[in-house]
Design a protein. Structure first.
Length: 445
């Protein structure tokens, strides 16, 4: 059956579900927090207020923008503007000018206060802190873009940010932008101190890191902190002496078909003392897809051909299998990075200014943390749905605004059987308040 097309002057949005996030931001009193940050002010009386710039940027990211150009989509959405009570919405040039005003000092001031506000409103302590780094490929001459390790785009310039994740509540605790040629552990001590300062009043129960953070100086730092030692599990680098130590192991405990575990005390050449080393080996024949490293020093041995190895340095006194299980949970950090890149534009919001780019990335972290808070406190399902799923299941909802006397009503296009579900979320959002106690991972995983 053929049909014709027509047009309407009625303002309609494809993002009616954003009303839930507007209600949550109100309940968080985010405007009061933003007013305390000392953000760069507009240069004219007609400029946008910093509160409007930040909130409209968050909304654009939640609606799918993963670069500054994409923010123009929400800029043209009159219903979104009415939902949030804005007279107008920022364009991409406004965001670029705003973030370009940030300096190293301003970033430290603003984002320390921002992270402290967020985590002080979460009732948890004794958390697991995961350290990781990522590679953000660049295609221009941005400040700090250098040629370094880049597995997917060898020889291409990149940035190499350092990140900290609070595994217990699926939040991001800190991010520093670094040049593309920076080593994984570069600035690790300053970064960790800064992270702990941003998590002021919280205790690190366990720190986990991959082999990029392996080193005697890092072990000593964690063991000898003035505030008290930090428990850690850090993957070992497969240097020659470590391979030789693994080769000498004779006692292995079988955990499963093709999986065995052992432990020993290992002191590196420049080490101040011997430390506990937990070793996992997986038989290639039984587990052909097993990850890990082979002992390249012993390529003429059956041990090289038969097994792949994982090795960890730790100061924990737990059984070796529990140490391994604890470290395996660190894989969630990799999932967080993937979601940040694919759903929040973590690798795409970049400017020529190095510290401007760092400021934009930290605002993306705020968008992620607030959405994670929404997922856990409002939705509360056992399965943690990704942002892309939420975007098209919950937020992509046609709607328009009408007036009924002095009231404004957002009319949503929603089937009858889903209306009760949405009203339940609306009621939960309306009752939301800070500080909040998040459900445990076991209850939502």
């Amino acid at each position: 059956m053929d049909f014709e097309i027509g047009f309407t002057d009625k303002d309609i949005t494809p993002w009616g579900g954003m009303a839930l996030m507007k209600k949550m931001l109100e309940r968080c009193d985010i405007d009061s927090m933003i007013s305390t940050l000392g953000l760069p002010e507009p240069g004219s009386n007609r400029g946008y207020k910093p509160e409007e710039i930040i909130k409209s940027f968050l909304v654009s990211v939640w609606c799918g923008a993963n670069r500054f150009m994409h923010t123009e989509v929400t800029r043209q959405d009159a219903v979104i503007r009415k939902i949030f009570g804005w007279e107008r919405i920022c364009g991409q040039d406004t965001y670029k000018r705003f973030f370009s005003k940030f300096t190293q000092e301003k970033n430290q001031q603003v984002f320390t206060l921002m992270y402290q506000w967020f985590f002080q409103n979460l009732r948890f302590d004794n958390y697991t802190l995961d350290l990781d780094s990522s590679v953000l490929t660049r295609y221009g001459d941005q400040e700090g873009a250098r040629v370094g390790y880049n597995a997917k785009k060898p020889g291409r310039k990149s940035h190499h940010p350092l990140m900290a994740f609070v595994a217990d509540c699926r939040m991001i605790a800190n991010v520093w932008l670094r040049s593309g040629n920076a080593h994984s552990a570069n600035n690790m001590f300053s970064f960790l101190e800064d992270t702990l300062h941003k998590l002021q009043g919280k205790k690190v129960g366990l720190l986990r890191g991959d082999s990029g953070f392996y080193g005697e100086d890092i072990f000593r730092y964690l063991e000898e902190r003035e505030e008290g030692p930090v428990s850690y599990i850090i993957a070992a680098r497969m240097y020659g002496p470590i391979q030789k130590e693994i080769f000498r192991q004779q006692v292995w405990l079988k955990l499963d078909d093709g999986v065995e575990i052992s432990e020993t005390q290992y002191q590196s050449i420049n080490g101040s003392k011997a430390r506990r080393m937990v070793i996992i080996r997986q038989k290639i024949q039984d587990r052909p897809k097993a990850t890990g490293r082979q002992l390249r020093l012993f390529q003429d041995s059956d041990i090289y051909n038969n097994y792949r190895y994982h090795c960890f340095i730790t100061n924990l006194t737990l059984p070796a299998i529990q140490v391994w299980n604890l470290y395996k949970d660190r894989a969630e950090a990799e999932n967080r990075i993937k979601e940040l890149k694919y759903d929040f534009g973590f690798d795409s919001f970049n400017l020529h200014s190095f510290y401007g780019t760092e400021a934009a990335l930290n605002m993306v972290m705020l968008a992620y943390n607030l959405m994670s808070l929404f997922r856990q406190s409002i939705i509360g399902t056992k399965v943690q749905q990704k942002m892309s799923t939420l975007r098209y299941k919950l937020f992509a909802m046609g709607g328009y605004m009408v007036k009924d006397g002095n009231r404004r009503i957002l009319k949503l296009s929603l089937s009858m059987k889903r209306r009760e579900w949405f009203l339940g979320l609306w009621d939960k959002t309306s009752c939301f308040s800070l500080p909040v106690t998040l459900p445990t991972l076991n209850s939502i995983a």
